[in-house]
Write a protein that binds this ligand. Structure first.
Ligand code: ADP
Ligand code: TYD
Length: 208
């Protein structure tokens, strides 16, 4: 953690409970007296929210895999410039629902092996890693059932099905093993309050 704020991200497969846990953590840290902003990707700034609509709505095949990677990265760059960096400079805790690890997994794995391009583009255009990443780990079948239970028009990646979700889960766990300094893995297959208590404990101890 830096003296100038802290950057905390949530990662995991669709339906693992990231958005729920990000909200609950923001509430708890605010109750502890911290200055917190809650944001998300793709999105989190006006320009990036426009790009979100381009990548998550409409015909899933409207973009090539490479173009899609550029769009997610463009959204992240805008979000970083306009929302994340200013908040960190102001000393706030930034809680972000998904960040670059999602691109490593989704664009890196889902439509051919683009992982090298993902990493090269990240180095060139983003560079920043979170101070702390909470990986909400869970069984993909449960995650998919939860995700499909939500109503919405953003079905883009959930449509890929259980096999891809299984590869994503394994990929996220590998990332966590490769970067134990910033990752904490939390079992998401429990009731919301139990998960939230573990998340709060992990983040509070890292903030100290
Ligand atoms: P994500 O952001 O990872 O896709 P969400 O937080 O949107 O996941 O949760 C997906 C769905 O599962 C939502 O309908 C949410 O209310 C529900 N949910 C979240 N956490 C739990 C939990 N621990 N137990 C049961 N249902 C949950
Ligand atoms: P999100 O709203 O977090 O979906 P969910 O709540 O279902 O987890 O993210 C929308 C989708 O965008 C999700 O399927 C993952 C995908 N995504 C990428 O493919 N690449 C990225 O870099 C990011 C941030 C998200």
């Amino acid at each position: 953690m830096t003296a100038r704020g802290a950057f905390v991200t949530f990662e995991g497969i669709d339906g693992s409970g990231k958005s729920t846990q990000a909200r609950m953590l923001a509430d708890r840290l605010r109750a502890d007296g911290h200055d917190v902003i809650l944001t998300r990707e793709p999105g989190g700034s006006p320009g990036a929210e426009e790009i979100r609509r381009l990548v998550l709505e409409g015909d899933p095949d409207r973009w090539s895999a490479e173009t899609e990677l550029l769009l997610f990265t463009a959204a992240r760059r805008d979000h970083l410039e306009r929302t994340i960096e200013p908040a960190l400079t102001a000393g706030q805790i930034v809680i972000c629902d998904r960040f670059a690890d999602s691109t490593r997994m989704y664009q890196g794995l889902s439509r051919g092996d683009l992982r090298e391009k993902v990493d090269a583009l990240h180095d060139l255009m983003i560079s920043r890693e979170p101070d702390l990443t909470i990986l909400i780990d869970m069984d993909p079948d449960t995650g998919l059932t939860r995700a499909l239970g939500r109503q919405g028009t953003e079905e883009r990646f959930e449509d890929f099905g259980p096999d891809l979700q299984r590869r994503m889960r394994a990929g996220f766990l590998e990332l966590a093993q490769a970067h134990p300094d910033r990752f904490r893995v939390i079992d998401g297959g429990r009731d919301m309050e139990s998960v939230a208590a573990d998340v709060h404990k992990a983040v509070s101890s890292a903030l100290r």
